[in-house]
Design a protein. Structure first.
Length: 340
């Protein structure tokens, strides 16, 4: 007699809806979820490039963060909504808020309407939403937020949208520090500078940052999706050391490439002038530029440090990669893919 019992694995297969699935962190998250046999729906604009290694393995939902019908379709009966969609550069303040704040409002409201009642909503925010820390005191979750850029302000507004609904849907927020790893074009600048033998010095002699490998960010997202935690909790994400000097970061990049560097002091007035001109050029050409006055306010802050101790204590998080191992793996990927 043929066995008519349902397959136990498929019967317990969880469904996740992912926004920002074609982005840097989103691609790594999707691959991890597929490895763990999740069923996936992913929001994607028509212009988005869908990664070939999983393009046929997920259900794509055409639309954007301002498409209620698409968002409801993506959230329908989902167990977890991972909201990674957003923008990091824009010409105007209104553009940041339209995507990062209002887009987040649209996603969580769609989730409340159409996801499972037991669903979890996870927002990937940014350390920029909290603002910088202090030299001897990495930023902690309970401290007041002082974002110094329009991007950070819009991400904080997104967090507030989520927390407004903490009693309507289980939600949590992750604030990663600088995220690096294979496929990231932002951290590539460390390696390109080291390869060019340049160690730029901006602002104070000792700038402090926190970093985390993308694999560890994804591991934290999986913990948030599965651990028994209260709704409305916020967590910073950084590696186990929490704090690195920018000099240490550049030195590690140099060592990975077996290169050499010379220090190049960049006066703040020159950097601000360049930021002003880049902002002006963006307005004239109606193009977004990654470096502008808004970004100037971020990169000249001396203490971009945060503590992931709460995630270690309450989630059992242990970072897999320290800076040396993470940069070595990332540099190898850049070379293999001809990015360096």
């Amino acid at each position: 007699m043929q066995d008519t019992q349902p397959d136990s694995q498929s019967a317990t297969q969880k469904l996740a809806f992912v926004t920002g699935a074609t982005g840097f962190i989103g691609q790594h998250l999707v691959r991890r979820l597929l490895d763990e046999n999740w069923k996936l729906r992913c929001l994607a604009r028509s212009s988005s490039v869908r990664p070939t290694d999983f393009a046929e393995r997920v259900e794509w939902v055409p639309g954007d963060l301002d498409s209620p019908t698409a968002l409801e379709k993506g959230c329908r009966d989902a167990d977890v909504i991972f909201h990674l969609g957003g923008i990091v550069k824009a010409r105007r303040k209104a553009d940041f808020y339209a995507v990062n704040q209002l887009g987040t409002r649209n996603v969580i409201e769609a989730a409340i309407r159409s996801a499972k009642k037991s669903a979890r909503f996870i927002l990937v925010s940014s350390q920029a939403a909290a603002g910088p820390g202090e030299i001897f005191s990495p930023k902690k979750e309970e401290q007041a937020c002082y974002p110094v850029s329009l991007y950070g302000q819009s991400k904080l507004a997104a967090e507030i949208e989520v927390l407004r609904h903490r009693n309507d849907l289980h939600c949590s927020i992750l604030r990663p520090a600088i995220v690096y790893g294979p496929g990231d074009r932002e951290s590539l600048r460390f390696f390109k500078l080291a390869k060019s033998h340049i160690n730029p010095k901006v602002g104070p002699d000792t700038q402090i940052v926190s970093l985390i490998h993308v694999t560890d960010v994804v591991a934290l997202l999986m913990l948030l999706a599965q651990q028994n935690i209260p709704s409305g909790e916020i967590y910073f994400a950084s590696d186990d050391k929490d704090v690195h000097t920018l000099g240490e970061v550049m030195q590690t990049a140099k060592d990975c490439l077996q290169s050499w560097m010379i220090a190049l002091r960049i006066p703040l007035w020159l950097l601000k002038s360049a930021a002003f001109l880049a902002t002006l050029w963006g307005r004239i050409t109606r193009r977004t530029t990654l470096f502008n006055l808004d970004k100037f306010h971020e990169i000249t802050e001396p203490y971009w440090n945060c503590s992931a101790q709460k995630a270690r204590n309450t989630l059992g998080f242990v970072a897999r990669y320290d800076l040396s191992a993470g940069f070595t793996m990332t540099a190898d990927w850049y070379r293999l893919n001809d990015w360096l």
